[in-house]
Ligand binder design. Structure first.
Ligand code: NAP
Ligand code: 3JM
Length: 347
């Protein structure tokens, strides 16, 4: 099965996630790349992007775009994945899908390599990358659960604007410039492009990420809860989430409260996390050492600190988890999935 080098396609190559995938593919993969096909909407078709000192012309993503492609990364929104993923699979490509379109399908593995790489062997052509907020959280909670069991999670997120794409990053910068110059901020993307009203994110905090669902939770919160249960293979896990957008460019932060099955101390948890793959422990209150998005940006690891015992519930703990939402939260996890498949000889 194992090939020496792979023809890779990136659908959404001009986007925030696609650009990060390309920069990882350029220098940092454990597999060889023979050819790269860059795909986008009609808007960017014909433009050129450089890859390994070559200029590659972007093409419009079409059903016929996947001939000869071995691996197709999709990050162009759910609608595009719905329309094109099956053509890629039918052409023989393995699809790594960053959208929510297939994540909850029973025959699609939803993979964080540090947590559930074993599910990759069951793939039928599509592997889904979890939502960024669920992804960084399970990377840290999985080793804690293995050691002490896990009954309940209550999480509040502080999510960066880059999670909403390149236009949202530009909007934050333009609003900040306008407001500092004494003008009114114009808003047209956040909190959710598909919703009715828009609010400024500069100098503000938005308690809405994605659109609302019928039970009062937003779609981001629903995705976080459902996906966490699927990745952890624990439908009985108790979980609630509040997802909040903050004026940060890159790096999602999370305040996470957990209830364990078995007794543990802060020292026990720190010890487990200090040997966990993909996790960096930054937890020295006396030295003011704790994770922050400004310093996590550009890194592929997930950072954890502020680990405290709950004052009232002996098996309850509080943690602060930070990671680059475009790297571990999307692009790096996607590339890592391929590296794991190559290593396991299933691609
Ligand atoms: P973005 O910066 O807005 O980029 C969107 C990309 O999709 C652009 O390359 C755009 O191409 C392309 N595109 C848009 N409409 C298209 C169409 N009809 N056909 C083909 N390509 C089209 O957004 P982003 O932040 O990169 O996110 C992209 C998607 O990735 C999201 O919608 C989401 O589903 C997923 N995502 C996942 C995670 C995660 O946690 N796993 C995180 C962030 C995003 P043009 O240049 O032609 O417009
Ligand atoms: C992150 O289809 C769309 O409009 C994309 C919405 C989106 C998603 C999603 O649901 O796929 C934007 C940003 C995500 C995600 O990772 O869940």
């Amino acid at each position: 099965m194992r090939k020496k080098s792979y023809h890779v396609a990136v659908v959404g190559a001009t986007g925030a996630v696609g650009q990060k995938i390309l920069s990882l593919l350029e220098y940092e993969t454990q597999f060889e790349i023979s050819e790269v096909t860059l795909l986008s909407s009609k808007r960017s078709a014909g433009k050129k992007l450089s890859f390994k000192e070559r200029e590659i012309t972007i093409q419009e993503a079409l059903p016929t775009s996947f001939q000869g492609v071995d691996i197709a990364f999709f990050s162009a929104g759910g609608e595009v994945s719905k329309r094109l993923v099956n053509y890629a699979v039918d052409s023989g490509a393995v699809v790594i899908d960053n959208t929510s379109e297939y994540r909850m399908s029973s025959d699609v593995p939803l993979v964080v390599p540090e947590v559930n790489a074993h599910t990759l062997t069951n793939h039928k052509g599509i592997i889904a990358v979890p939502n960024c907020s669920a992804l960084q959280m399970v990377t840290v909670l999985h080793p804690i659960r293995k050691a002490f069991g896990l009954e309940r999670i209550i999480v509040s997120t502080y999510q960066a604007v880059s999670g909403s794409g390149i236009h949202a990053i530009n909007e934050l910068k333009e609003q900040a410039r306008a407001m500092l110059a004494g003008h009114e901020a114009e808003a047209g993307i956040l909190p959710a492009k598909k919703d009715k009203k828009y609010y400024p994110i500069a100098f503000n905090v938005l308690p809405q990420v994605d659109v609302f669902t019928d039970n009062g939770y937003t779609f981001e919160e629903v995705k976080m809860i459902q996906e966490t249960k699927k990745i952890m293979e624990d439908p009985a896990l108790k979980m609630a989430a509040t997802c909040v957008r903050v004026p940060v460019v890159s790096g999602h932060s999370e305040s996470v409260y957990i209830e364990l099955e078995r007794a543990a101390t802060v020292k026990d948890i720190r010890e487990v996390l200090s040997f966990s793959p993909g996790v960096i422990l930054q937890d020295e209150p006396g030295e003011q050492l704790y994770p922050m998005p400004l310093y996590a940006a550009g890194k592929t690891d997930t950072f954890v600190g502020r680990i405290r015992k709950d004052p009232d519930y002996p098996k309850g703990f509080h943690l602060w988890i930070v990671s680059d939402n475009l790297l571990k939260g999307a692009a790096w996890n996607s590339v890592q999935i391929v590296e794991t498949m190559v290593e396991k000889r299933i691609i």
